[in-house]
Design a binder for this molecule. Sequence first.
Ligand SMILES: [Zn+2]
Length: 271
Amino acid sequence: MPDRRTVELGRMSWQEIAEIVPDNPVILIPVGAVEQHGPHMPTNGDSMIAEHVARHAAEASGAFVAPVLNYGASLQFRGFPGTVSIQPHTLELLLRDICGELVRQGFRRLIFVNNHGGNQQPCEQVARDLRREHGVVVGSIYPWNLGYALMRDTYDDPTTVYGHGGEPETSTMLALFPEDVRIDLMSGSEPNRSGRFTPRKAMSVDIEGQDIGGTVYLDYEEFYPNGVTGDPSLGTAERGRIWAERVIGYAVDFITTYARATATADPSPSA
Ligand SMILES: [Zn+2]
C-alpha cells in the first residue's frame, strides 16, 4: 500500500495502530511450529514461511500482520532434537488470548496464516468460538497445504516427491531462505519397514486385504529415521520462486475475497 511505513503491527507504535482501527482492516495472524524438517532444513521453517507469505500478501492486499506465533503443536516430531512442541490445548488458549485482544481493540476481521497441520484443529476451535461469542468470521490460509495443490503440474509424479521436508517445501526454502538449507544433505530416506506396521505414506500404514491405508499414531522417527517423507532432491530455487508466486497470489485473492465479503458491518453469529 502506498503511504504505509510497514504492514507489521509489531513494528508499529500504539498510536499508529490506533489510527488504523477505524478502517476495520484485515489482520493476518501467522502461526508456525518449531520442529524438525529433515537433516537439510531449519526447525523454524514453518514459522519463517508463514510470516513471509503473510507479510507479502498483506503488502499486496491492504491487510496487516500480527507478530508470528512461533510455537505450535508438533507432538509426532518430539523424537528429534530441536523440536519444541506445545500441547494443542495450550495453542488453543494462546490463540484465544491473542484473538481476544485484537477483537477487544476493535479488529474484527482476522485470518490465520497457519503453516502446520497439528495447529489446524486448535485454530478451527478458536475460530468457531470467536464466531459464536463475538460474531467474528475468521479465515484460514495454510501455505504448505496450498503448495501441494498449486504445484502439481511442475512434477512428473507429485505423489513421489510431496512430503514433510520433501517437496515443495525444500524448493520454497531454497528460494526464500537459501542460507538455511543444507544442499549437501538434501535427500530422502527409505521408510523403516521392519516394524509392526508397514508405512505407506506419512502416518498411513498398509492394511491387509485392503487397497486403502489406515492411520496409526506412531512417532515420526519410527517410520522415517531422518524425518523426511517425499524426495527433497528435486528441490530447486526456481521451483520455489514459482511456489511463492502462486501461494502468495492465492493468499492475496483469498484476502480480497474475504475483505469484500466482510466489508459491511458485523455479521451476526449463526447460533
Ligand atoms: Zn509442520
